[in-house]
Design a protein around this ligand. Sequence first.
Ligand code: NAD
Ligand code: DAU
Length: 350
Amino acid sequence: MKILITGGAGFIGSHVVREFVCKYPEYQIFNLDALTYAGNLSNLKDIECRNNYTFVKGDISEESFVNDFFNEHRFEGVIHLAAESHVDRSITDPLRFARTNILGTMTLLNAFKNLWRNNWLNKRFYHISTDEVYGTLGETGFFTETTAYNPNSPYSASKAGSDHFVRAYGETYGLPYVMSNCSNNYGPNHFPEKLIPLFINNIIYNKSLPVYGNGNYTRDWLYVKDHAQAIDLIFHKGENQETYNIGGFNEWKNIDLVKLLCKLMDGKLGRPIGTSEKLITFVKDRPGHDLRYAIDASKINKKLGWRPSVTFEEGLNKTIDWYLQNEEWLENVTSGEYQRYYEEQYESGN
Ligand code: NAD
Ligand code: DAU
């Protein structure tokens, strides 16, 4: 079976590629990635020489390239993760998000449809989405698979758009798809623009920890390897035309999470407890900031038997240890372009 994984050089994609390459030596895994600032081939150093793995650099929104690529390799399965993924960047450059997330997804769907033309037996298009498409919750309640879409940021609107097109291709052309909407991931190889890796990096270098608004925003955190295992399960056992919500059963207010991170980091860095907390700085809020996300993951639990394998404390400890042991990775991704991004996002007073 030839499987195309898009966005495999990114954070979640690299864990998914590794899971599939190592677990299924009989599959041929192709990783298509444009290597944007978020794509990093060093995430896959340990498996790059495996003979069931091929990397191809390319842009999912380039129609003629994508069509030729599908015709050449005749992928029977697609696991689609490539996306622009950072909410703050979507606020400054929304068009890029529409191009990659909506047009890119449509380009893949179209190539897959034109390749198989109703010959759908044993074919599957798996679209990876996010809980942010549901918008925001108040203090109570959970997102289920039937919660109405109500996206608030250009990022979540572009992901919602892509989800709608996947569903529409299923309804209109009978294209066999599965979709999952997951909560916030964390773990090794997470690009340090997102809360947890950004703050780990800043604590290491004694830089301030910019908490947006009052810090009373809530997210539901899931260890990335548990997400990769859920993706494996859904790809193989999920039902066509179905959506599965994936979550960590693990809600944290940002400020409480940041304080826990500070305490763990002080311990690991041999600094007196309380040192890192002094770096917390409340800064201007993110526009349109969603108050709370929380996933009801009972469908995937009941239908496919999935639940997270790692507690938050275990996952966070593993994550911090990985960053402390991979300082070179962190230095490489925080040099050059990252410095300009950081300055514009945090130091320009916008
Ligand atoms: P990421 O930003 O770390 O990686 C995205 C990857 O896509 C990068 O390797 C990048 O080079 C590639 N890419 C971007 N534009 C491309 C293009 N035009 N053509 C080909 N490749 C391109 O993202 P992530 O956090 O790993 O997220 C992966 C997927 O999971 C996304 O679809 C995201 O919406 C979804 N998701 C993420 C989270 C999370 O917490 N990170 C949670 C739920 C869902
Ligand atoms: O819920 C799933 C989504 O989780 C994914 O679809 C997105 O791709 C992923 O980026 C993530 O989105 P968030 O916006 O929730 O993640 P982020 O790490 O950017 O922010 C987490 C929370 O922390 C959010 O409430 C904003 C806050 N925050 C973030 C940053 C970067 C801060 O307070 N300060 C910061 O510097």
